[in-house]
Design a protein around this ligand. Structure first.
Ligand SMILES: Cc1ncc(C[n+]2csc(CCOP(=O)(O)OP(=O)(O)O)c2C)c(N)n1
Ligand SMILES: [Mg+2]
Length: 599
C-alpha cells in the first residue's frame, strides 16, 4: 500500500480532537470524494494542504467557471458528487454561471465557497462579497459554517442534500474557520432510498395505462438518475408503447431499441413528435416536462393536449407544473416503473388489441424520419442557400452525420448551445445512459467543453467528445490548459462558421438581416491555438476527412492527447431556438423607422 491509499483507508471514527480543516477534508473522504476541481487560493490553503494525504486529487483549472462545469460533468456521468472550490470573492463569483447550469441539469455538485474572515466581514476588506445571496436561487441547499466546530456537520449536510435533492448545494466557510482546534465526529453519509410513489396514484396510473389504446412513454433525465433504464424498457415492452426521450436526454432510452423514437423538442425526432401526438395516455417517466422540451417544433404542435398524462418525478414540486396532468406520482422513476410493471402484469391491456397497428405506425414514422434526415443534407431557407453558395466549406448537417457515424459505442458527448450543436440533437443516438451532456435549460455558451473534461475525469475509460460552436469555443478554450496539465484527454469538435450563428438566425428571421455583433471576424486558427497550447489541432475541410479525424482523435485520447478538430462549415443556419419568444420589430420613433417590420 502506498501512503495515499493507506491514509484513505484510515477513516476517522468517533468523536475526537482535530482542526476544522481536518474535519472538512475527512468529511469529503467519508463521502467518497476523490477529485476536487478549482483554482488554488489562500482562503482554503490549510485544507488543500491535506488533500494529497487524504487521497483527494486537486484538479487545477484555468477558470473557476470551468471547475464548476467539470464538477457538473463529473457528477452527471458518475452519479456521484462533483466538487468545486475557489478563493473567496472573485473565485466564488466565477462559480455563479456553472452553478446555475448544474441547477438546471439536476447535478449533485457541492460548491465550496470560502468567504472573507468572520472578524472582518462587512468592513469591505479584500475579496469580499455576500456569497449566500449570490447562490440562493441556484442551489438546493446552502450551509453556512457559523462556527468552526460545525464544519463537519454542515459540510456533510451539503453533501447529503445534493444527492437527496439532485442539485447543487453550497458550503460557505469563513476563511478563518479552517483554523483552530475542535472536537467532533465525522458524520456518515445519509442514504435515503426513494419509493415508487403513493398507492392510490400508482393504482390510478396503472388503470389509465391498462385502459389506454395508444400509450406513449416519455423517458427523462430522472430515468437516468434512478438507473431505471432496464425498468423503462420492460414497461415499454409490456405495453408495446413507443418511447420518446425528453429534450436533450437522448441517452434515456437505447436508440437501437425497436420502440425508441428519439427525442422530443428542439431539433428532435419528427417520429417521436408525430407518435406522441397520437397518444391517449402519456407516461412521463422521470421528467419535469420542461417548457422548452414540449414547445412546437418544425411547425408540429405535437403535444397531445387531450391525452391523460401520468407524470413521475422525484421532485413533487414539478408535478403538473408545466403541463396539466391526470396523475402525479412523486417517486423514483425506477421504483415507479417497477411498481407499475407489477400492477400491470396480470391485467388485460387494451393496447394489446391494436398492437400490430401501433407497431406498424412506429416503424413507418421512424423510417420516414430517417429518410427525411438522410436527404436533408443542407438547410433550404433562402438565406442559408445564399450564404452556403458563396462558401466552399462543408454543410453542418453533413458533418454532424459523419461524426455520429464515427462515434464509438461507449462515447460520451457534450453539446453546447449554438445552432449547429442544437441541430446535432437530430443525429446523436446513444445505447447507454449517462452519455449525453448537453447544456440543459440554463443554456449557457461555453458549457460543453469543461463539462466533458469533468466527465472524462470520472470515466477515464470512456471516449469523451465535446461539440462546440466557434463563439462558445472562444469563451471556453482556456481549459485546454487543464486537459494538457492534468492529463485529461478529450476530443473537441469546433464548428467554425465564423459567427454567433444561433443569434444571427434571429437577425435573419426577425431583424431584416441587420447584423449587430454576430459576425466573428478575425478569429484565430483554432487548430493552431490548440497546437500552441500543447494539444493537437486539425483543420478539417473535406467531408471524407471528418470520420477518420474523429476516430484518430479518439485513439489519441488513449495515448493521453487532447485534439481540437476545427470543422470548416458554411454559415447556413438551422431552425432557430426561440421563434416562440421573438416578435417582428415595431418602431414608433421616426429615427428608427428603417428597422420596423415591413411584413
Ligand atoms: C453565456 C451566453 N452568452 C450568450 C448567449 C446567447 N447565445 C445563445 S446561442 C449563441 C450563439 C452561439 O454561437 P456559436 O457558439 O458560434 O455556435 P453557432 O450558433 O454558430 O453554431 C449565443 C451568443 C448564451 N446562450 N450564453
Ligand atoms: Mg458559430
Amino acid at each position: 500500500m502506498n501512503t495515499m491509499t493507506e491514509a484513505r483507508s484510515l477513516a476517522v471514527v468517533g468523536r475526537q480532537k482535530m482542526t476544522p480543516s481536518e474535519a472538512f477534508v475527512e468529511t469529503l473522504v467519508a463521502h467518497g470524494v476523490k477529485d476536487v476541481f478549482g483554482i488554488v487560493g489562500s482562503a482554503y490553503m490549510d485544507a488543500l494542504d491535506l488533500f494529497p494525504l487524504a487521497g483527494i486529487r486537486f484538479i487545477s483549472v484555468a477558470h473557476e467557471q470551468g471547475a464548476g462545469h467539470m464538477a457538473d460533468g463529473y457528477a452527471r456521468v458518475s452519479g456521484r458528487h462533483g466538487v468545486c472550490i475557489a478563493q473567496n470573492g472573485p473565485g466564488v463569483t466565477n462559480f455563479v454561471t456553472s452553478t446555475a447550469a448544474a441547477y438546471w441539469a439536476h447535478s449533485p455538485v457541492v460548491v465550496v465557497t470560502p468567504e472573507t474572515g468572520s472578524m472582518s466581514l462587512g468592513l469591505g476588506g479584500f475579496q469580499e462579497t455576500e456569497q449566500l445571496p449570490l447562490f440562493s436561487k441556484i442551489t438546493r441547499y446552502q450551509a453556512h459554517v457559523n462556527n468552526p466546530a460545525r464544519m463537519a456537520e454542515l459540510t456533510a449536510r451539503a453533501f447529503d442534500r445534493a444527492l437527496l435533492e439532485m442539485g447543487p448545494t453550497q458550503v460557505n466557510i469563513p476563511r478563518d474557520f479552517f483554523y483552530g482546534d475542535i472536537e467532533c465526529e465525522i458524520p456518515r453519509p445519509v442514504a435515503i432510498e426513494r419509493g415508487a410513489g403513493g398507492e392510490q396514484a400508482l393504482t390510478d396510473a396503472a388503470t389509465l395505462l391498462a385502459e389506454s389504446r395508444f400509450p406513449v412513454i416519455v423517458c427523462g433525465g430522472g430515468t437516468i438518475m434512478a438507473e431505471g433504464q432496464g425498468e423503462a424498457i420492460r414497461l415499454a415492452e409490456l405495453l408495446q408503447a413507443p418511447v420518446c426521450s425528453s429534450y436533450l436526454h437522448n441517452d434515456s432510452f437505447p436508440a437501437g431499441h425497436a420502440l425508441a423514437c428519439g427525442p422530443l423538442g428542439y431539433h428532435g425526432s419528427k417520429a417521436a413528435m408525430r407518435l406522441i401526438a397520437r397518444a391517449d395516455v402519456v407516461l412521463a417517466l422521470g421528467t419535469r416536462l420542461g417548457p422548452f422540451g414540449t414547445l412546437p417544433q418544425y411547425e408540429l404542435d405535437y403535444w397531445p393536449n387531450d391525452a391523460k398524462i401520468i407524470q413521475v418525478d422525484a421532485d413533487a414540486k414539478v408535478l403538473g407544473l408545466v403541463r396539466p396532468i391526470a396523475v402525479g406520482l412523486c417517486g423514483d422513476a425506477k421504483a415507479a416503473a417497477q411498481a407499475l410493471l407489477a400492477r400491470l402484469a396480470s391485467r388485460t391491456l387494451a393496447c394489446h388489441a391494436n398492437l400490430s397497428e401501433r407497431l406498424a405506425a412506429v416503424k413507418a414514422e421512424k423510417a420516414a424520419w430517417e429518410a427525411e434526415l438522410e436527404g436533408w443534407t443542407h438547410e433550404t431557407d433562402a438565406w442559408s442557400v445564399g450564404a452556403a453558395s458563396n462558401s466552399s466549406a462543408m454543410h453542418p448537417r453533413q458533418v454532424l452525420r459523419e461524426l455520429s457515424r464515427a462515434l464509438p459505442p461507449a462515447a460520451m458527448v457534450s453539446t453546447d448551445i449554438g445552432n449547429i450543436c442544437s441541430v446535432a440533437n437530430s443525429y446523436l443516438r446513444f445505447e447507454q445512459p449517462r452519455s449525453m451532456f448537453a447544456a440543459m435549460s440554463f443554456g449557457n455558451c461555453g458549457y460543453a467543453f469543461p463539462t466533458i473534461v469533468g466527465a472524462r475525469a470520472a470515466a477515464p475509460e470512456r471516449p469523451a467528445i465535446a461539440y462546440v460552436g466557434d463563439g462558445a469555443w472562444g469563451m471556453s478554450f482556456g481549459e485546454l490548459q487543464t486537459c494538457v496539465r492534468e492529463q485529461l484527454p478529450v476530443t473537441v469538435v469546433v464548428f467554425n462558421n465564423g459567427q454567433w450563428g444561433a443569434e444571427k438566425k434571429n437577425h435573419v428571421d426577425f431583424y431584416g438581416e441587420r447584423f449587430v455583433g454576430v459576425n466573428l471576424d478575425h478569429q484565430p486558427s483554432w487548430a493552431a491555438v490548440a497546437t500552441a497550447m500543447g494539444a493537437e489541432g486539425r483543420r478539417i475541410e473535406q467531408l471524407s476527412a471528418v470520420g477518420p479525424a474523429l476516430r484518430s482523435a479518439i485513439d489519441a485520447q488513449r495515448e493521453g492527447r487532447t485534439t481540437v478538430l476545427e470543422m470548416m462549415v458554411t454559415p447556413e443556419l438551422g431552425d432557430p431556438f426561440r421563434r416562440d419568444a421573438l416578435a417582428l420589430p415595431r418602431r414608433h420613433l421616426a429615427k428608427y423607422q428603417s428597422t420596423a417590420s415591413r411584413r
